[in-house]
Design a protein. Structure first.
Lengths: 119, 534
């Protein structure tokens, strides 16, 4: 009887690792930084994280005056860095949304707001 | 089906699975320790019992392995679903993710370990089992923070491997020690069993502490990060519970170090106390594994330099500077999903304080009721009925935007992990209260019924330890977590001390019986003075 009680306790406690798994990878540094003002109609993004990121399975999307579009992403100088480019930006407010997969299996999300101004 | 679930719920399931994975991994590694470190080397001293102990040990190890394989396979599906639904990655591409590959290796190794443990005895059986257990351990390390580090990866992988191996051997080995003690009856043999496990566990604790020190050095690094981040305070919670475990282990060590049989009978007759302590060590040990699983979803403290709370901010929040909030703001002042204003945000916090403070009054009343019942005050034995009121309060008021007081439906808001946790806790309180009331009033007389309360108390408190507030303000979320962790620790201790009171005898029973209502009352006091506003 006690064995079954202990097993139940073990199982019940096992079910308790109940917490949101969204805050694992932290954006350490970004170019452009959050709330930056960019002059021109194109931008190169460099996002650096605290952990190694699976670039192939991470997603960036850009939302701005022209609507939302997915941005192609590649690995940067290190495994913790993502690089992407966007061109043809109209002046206005933009938000770069990042959804990244850390190599330990955690998906993290965040955003970098910035604005583009005409040269 | 999984792909239709909201990403937050899938992420929530992934963490639950990580906790189950660590628990079943501990059984597999504990089983290997038992077979290679106890039954084989001690066979000549165990007379005819070595055979049956080995067969039972192999059966338990097989159960642990098959459970681990199942958990790992479910974990792969959950992770694939998260990638496919959340990141819109093609299933074939998602299969190539490192985490999926390592978990697949773990599942195959665990399955092979289960099959090996179930095979007939042969010379290759134990070495194969040990090798497969090491593959499982390796795959678990390779799906942790350590493998994702950018710098000093070999250091973190080594530290994590030591830490996980030590924790698994120790926590997973305890049920096997109980198995061995249940199969021997003579005092001399019991002493021999407990002494052998004492040596094995000392080694396991050494690995655990060495790994912990290296990880703390790498992941936390500064005292400020230790107390100012969620990762740091969860580490402190783990250290506190580890302290309790080491205290129990030290007392067990005394039981096993008696020089003569007569001394052993005086110190701990029939190793009775040791066996009872071992039961609660399993419970507390697994709580520690669960905290570890939930820490896997937090960034290491060293990476969270931007939002660390200072000592003065923590003291400012935690000091009981004003009376509890006993009157709630009107619900139409709350933000309830709409855009927050300064006023609605203040009203939200007042609402939360009101809920916590009133819950504290109920919990303190129950703790005092349990104490009064112990002193022989008759009507005090009905104290568990207060749980029903508390459960109703949590379900009705915790989430003002959802059913029954808010505009959103019951199932609509269940996708929010915080609402889901509140509902589970609220519902859990009904069987919790009713069982304990039936036990206290003599309606239920079995020991099994009496153990429902401590189990659910420990489970509920462990839930508090990993309770998540989905706030975007990292520092605010930390300050709330900071206040919940001591409540969780007192709750876990209340549950396991009550377990000890029921299952133990003599002085241990007396001390546990006096301490658990105190721990329970402390949860109430902390809740009464909980606040989110200055």
């Amino acid at each position: 009887m006690i064995k079954s009680m202990l097993f139940s306790a073990l199982l019940a406690l096992g079910l308790l690792a109940a917490t949101d798994a969204g805050a694992h990878a932290v954006l350490v540094d970004s170019t452009p930084p959050a709330k930056a003002e960019l002059v021109g109609n194109k931008v190169e993004f460099h996002l650096r994280y605290n952990s190694r990121i699976d670039a192939k399975r991470s997603r960036l999307s850009l939302k701005g005056p022209g609507g939302a579009k997915t941005v192609a992403v590649t690995q940067g100088a290190s495994e913790a860095e993502l690089v992407a480019r966007a061109e043809g930006l109209a002046p206005g407010q933009y938000v770069l949304f990042w959804d990244v997969l850390s190599v330990d299996g955690h998906v993290s999300r965040g955003q970098v707001p910035f604005s583009a101004i005409a040269p | 089906m999984l792909t239709t679930l909201p990403p937050d719920i899938i992420a929530f399931l992934a963490v639950i699975l990580r906790g189950l994975q660590l628990s079943s991994q501990a059984i597999l590694l504990g089983g290997v320790l038992f077979l290679m470190g106890f039954t084989r080397p001690m066979a000549p001293l165990l007379a005819g019992r070595a055979g049956i102990l080995e067969r039972t040990g192999l059966r338990w190890t097989a159960h642990g392995s098959f459970t681990l394989a199942a958990v790992a396979i479910i974990g792969i599906f959950a992770n694939l679903a998260q990638l496919v639904a959340g990141l819109e990655i093609a299933p074939g591409d998602a299969m190539g993710a490192d985490f999926v590959q390592w978990t697949l290796i773990m599942a195959v190794a665990a399955l092979a370990a289960g099959v090996t443990a179930r095979m007939g005895a042969n010379p290759a059986q134990l070495p194969t089992l040990a090798l497969l257990a090491m593959v499982v351990l390796g795959a678990s390390v390779m799906s942790s923070h350590a493998f994702a580090r950018v710098d000093d990866r070999p250091y973190f992988i080594t530290a994590d491997a030591l830490h996980q191996a030590g924790a698994s051997f120790w926590i997973g080995g305890i049920p096997f020690m109980l198995l061995a003690l249940a199969h021997v009856t003579e005092t001399r043999q019991r002493l021999m069993v407990s002494l052998r496990f004492s040596h094995l566990f000392t080694g396991a604790v050494g690995l655990l502490l060495a790994g912990a020190a290296l990880l703390a050095w790498g992941y936390i690094a500064t005292p400020g990060a230790m107390i100012g981040t969620a990762y740091g305070i969860m580490t402190l919670a783990k250290v506190s519970l580890l302290g309790v475990l080491l205290l129990l282990a030290a007392m067990n060590r005394r039981s096993s170090r008696a020089r003569t049989e007569a001394e052993a009978e005086v110190e701990d007759k029939g190793q009775f106390r040791l066996r009872r302590f071992a039961e609660i060590e399993i419970g507390i040990g697994i709580t520690v594994l669960m905290i570890a699983a939930s820490m896997a979803s937090q960034p290491p403290a060293i990476d969270q330099t931007q939002f660390q709370a200072s000592v003065s901010e923590i003291v400012e929040r935690m000091a009981p500077v004003r009376p509890p909030r006993l009157v709630s703001p009107p619900s139409d002042h709350l933000s309830m999903g709409a855009e927050k204003t300064t006023d609605s945000e203040t009203a939200d916090k007042m609402w939360s304080e009101f809920n916590h403070n009133w819950a504290g009054i109920f919990v303190l009343a129950m703790g005092l009721g349990a104490f009064a019942g112990r002193l022989g005050v008759g009507p005090a034995r009905h104290w568990p009925l207060l749980f029903l009121l508390l459960g109703i309060g949590i379900i009705l008021r915790s989430d003002p935007e959802s059913w029954p007081i808010g505009p959103m439906g019951f199932f609509e808001t269940l996708a929010d992990p915080e609402v889901f946790q509140h509902r589970v806790v609220g519902l859990l309180l009904f069987p919790f209260g009713l069982f304990e009331w039936a036990v206290r009033t003599g309606r239920l007389k079995s020991e099994r019924a009496a153990l429902i309360f401590p189990i659910l108390c420990a489970v509920g408190a462990a839930l508090l330890l990993v309770h998540n507030h989905t706030l975007t303000d990292v520092k605010e979320r930390f300050l709330i977590e900071f206040s919940h962790i001591p409540m969780g620790l007192f709750g876990v201790m209340a549950g396991w001390l009550r377990w000890l009171e029921i299952r133990s005898a003599g002085r241990a029973r007396e001390i546990a019986g006096a301490l658990w209502p105190l721990c329970f009352s402390m949860v109430g006091i902390l809740l009464i003075f909980y606040r989110e506003l200055p």
